[in-house]
Design a protein around this ligand. Sequence first.
Ligand code: ASP
Length: 437
Amino acid sequence: MGIKVAKFGGSSVADGIQLRKIEQIIKSDPDRRYIVVSAPGKRFDKDNKITDLLFMCKAQADHNIPYEQLFQVITDRYSAIAFTLGVQVDLESHYEEIRQKMSAGCSEDYIASRGEYLSAILVAAFLGFDFVDTKDLIVFDHKGRLLAEETNKRLSEELAKHEYAVIPGFYGSYADIGEIKVLSRGGSDVTGSLVARAVKAEIYENWTDVSGLLMADPRIIKDPMPIEYISYIELRELSYMGASVLHEEAVFPVRLANIPINIRNTNAPEDPGTIITTENTYNNNKVLSGIAGKKPFTVISIYKNMMNKEIGFVRRALAVLEDQEINFDHIPTGIDSLSVVIESKELEDKLDDVLASLEQSLRPDEITVTEDIAMIAVVGLGLARTIGVAARITAALADEGINIRMLNQGTNEINVIIGVEAPDFERAIRAIYNAFV
Ligand code: ASP
């Protein structure tokens, strides 16, 4: 059979009880050969994640505040897990090494990476697997960009030497200086994906604390339908609009290698979870894969008579945003008008400067700013082939008395984006969900 890579997130390695569940999962399928682990996460709502505590340690050290007690809280968590499981492993020598590096003034990335490092050492000893450090296997250039091909080569060469291994998530190192570099938060998902690509896995299992993706946010829709299959491209649309189960960058390595991702629940291993794949696996009578949304957005609308004849108008408008390093999301246009939809947090205290620069560079007749807009993405590979989707959405919103501020079908025809006023956000999602599901 093929190789399976299983990545376990923070809640799955939070304590001894969770690790016993992992043991069951791993032992029930010998194809699960490469295990990627996060640092221990929260055991209960108000608990701390080890990674957060490690960042705090470094901040305290930098401010000359004693951090020894805090570090003790961290090491106690690992020691307690080892004790509960009866694992024979010399954690003390690792703690001592970290202490020494910290007092010598180590980097923030080094200290943050120790969460996954200790976690992998412990889990490897518990499962009786090899520990394979990623420090010199996942490599970045001096600007911190992943060297994907070099990483793939190093990982596959090293992992070929180990039949069963536990691998720490979240970090690698700069190829030139060899110093540790962490990925962005939640980056163990990316490690799992890189490992899956390197060992040519049959599947990349991402074990977390939910049974896969849901068709809508359960805080808005009561008991939304689970998503059994979804394509990478749909997932990208949904996660961009706020549905998050997986680190954004985790998709690319496996997608490249055509390896499906299976989101699974460590606490309910019998649930099939969601399979994310390149194939068009949607079933024919399902138009919609999911609904997601974000708020607040700000819409800057620019009006100018004969705008459509003015060459370079859109370029100059967007150059203003580029100069201010502002990301925009959508640019709906009319004959003599152009709107730019921007996440409000992007604008923060830059709005006045942006408006002044737009005035200067475009000499428009009018500029209006609409704040507090919510954007909703209705996503599904079935949308392209189905007549009347937009009609169903607009009818559902009209029945609810919701005013549509914007409506746009994506060029790839797998999404319809709707802008509504932020207070109508939840009601709009419910109306659309009920119209389709
Ligand atoms: N431990 C890291 C974090 O909390 C990475 C991860 O868990 O994926 O962000």
